[in-house]
Unconditional design. Structure first.
Length: 357
């Protein structure tokens, strides 16, 4: 949009004042700000033009103006100055990044809670599962005549294991035959490619150990399913009530309900191109988010997986400050996963683990 420099200054001043006060902004307030040197009458004319362009709105109860979603979009794209984190803020963010590297879901959940505390907005966090995961190798390890350990390794180097106890004895030779059959039949296949017909053929070939085929393959399928899922974690939902826009429970309740419900993670926005994305008001697909803004960033988990963190709040949020904090936090999470040795499946890498084959 081709705006004069004066219109840009007035629009930026209105938006930044409204972000701070949550009150409609009048011409006298803008005229009193340094750097404009124009009369209130001129500012009123410019504000009327900005309203005609769809960048400002005038609440019926006030002579002042508030930004429209389109006005916020112009601000974010063209007018917003970079926010420099203070030493105190970077120290606080660095302290927050001292997350314990445990199961992946626990780390994602903890990251969402920390982000909500940092921003004072509800936050969501999820891990984007690998698009195509297969079992690379099976290992069946004899423990005793009536028990063995299943070890599966995926093609993205996730290792999972389970101890199996049997009602009757199993010989080493039977276990090795089963191991060979599994590695020749079920490796290199996605979850969808492990069909009931393939299970029937393999069970028939297993002879006396036919019942164990289903047991081992079911465990492998559970592993694949867990790696392909995207689980979303939300935190800080009650913090909405501290913002003027949501002090009315009638307005806050639908959004709080949306954020609280167990939902398909695919309904939450994720960055499509850039590592960070800002969705303002109606730009959000979900009806419950159309009066909010969502700022979302991605980070690298490793082995082709991406993590996503985001905040949800009023369109009046301080975009410069939120994007600076979110960008720093996302970069820190990428470094954390790179240095922490947490595999995408949630198992800490351990080269000394005797089960890693």
């Amino acid at each position: 949009m081709d705006l004069t420099e004066r219109k840009k200054k007035i629009l930026r001043a209105i938006i930044e004042n409204y972000i701070q006060t949550a009150e409609p902004v009048g011409s006298k307030v803008i005229a009193s700000m340094p750097g404009l040197n124009v009369s209130s009458a001129t500012i009123r004319n410019e504000m009327a033009d900005l309203e005609a362009l769809g960048l400002l709105e005038q609440p019926h109860t006030s002579a002042g103006r508030i930004p429209s979603p389109g006005g916020y979009r112009v601000y974010v794209n063209e007018l917003m100055e970079d926010y420099r984190l203070s030493v105190q803020e970077t120290r606080k963010l660095n302290e927050a990044l001292h997350l314990k590297m445990r199961e992946l879901d626990q780390v994602i959940d903890q990251a969402g809670r920390v982000l909500s505390q940092i921003t004072q907005y509800p936050a969501f966090a999820l891990a984007s599962g690998a698009s195509r995961v297969t079992i690379q190798r099976f290992d069946l390890l004899m423990v005793s005549s009536d028990s063995f350990i299943i070890v599966v390794m995926t093609d993205n180097n996730v290792v999972r294991n389970r101890l199996v106890r049997l009602p009757s004895d199993l010989s080493e030779a039977q276990l090795q035959l089963l191991n060979t059959l599994l590695n020749t039949t079920f490796t290199g296949l996605t979850l969808d490619e492990i069909t009931p017909e393939l299970m029937r053929v393999a069970s028939h070939a297993a002879g006396e150990a036919y019942g164990l085929i289903s047991l081992v393959v079911s465990f492998a399928m559970d592993v694949l399913e867990s790696l392909e899922q995207r689980t979303v974690h939300t935190a800080g939902i009650a913090s909405l009530l501290s913002h003027p826009e949501y002090r009315s429970l009638d307005r806050a309740a639908p959004l709080m309900s949306y954020l609280s419900e167990d939902q398909d993670a695919g309904r939450f926005p994720v960055p499509q191109g850039d590592p960070m994305e800002i969705l303002i008001g109606p730009e959000n697909v979900a009806d419950a988010l159309k009066d909010t803004s969502v700022v979302v960033a991605s980070y690298d988990i490793g082995d082709g997986m991406r993590g996503v963190i985001g905040v949800v709040g009023p369109t009046r949020m301080d975009y410069a400050k939120i994007t600076a904090r979110l960008s720093y936090f996302a970069a820190g999470l990428s470094r954390l996963f790179e240095q922490g040795g947490l595999a995408p499946g949630g198992e800490r890498e351990n080269q000394d683990d005797p089960l890693r084959r």
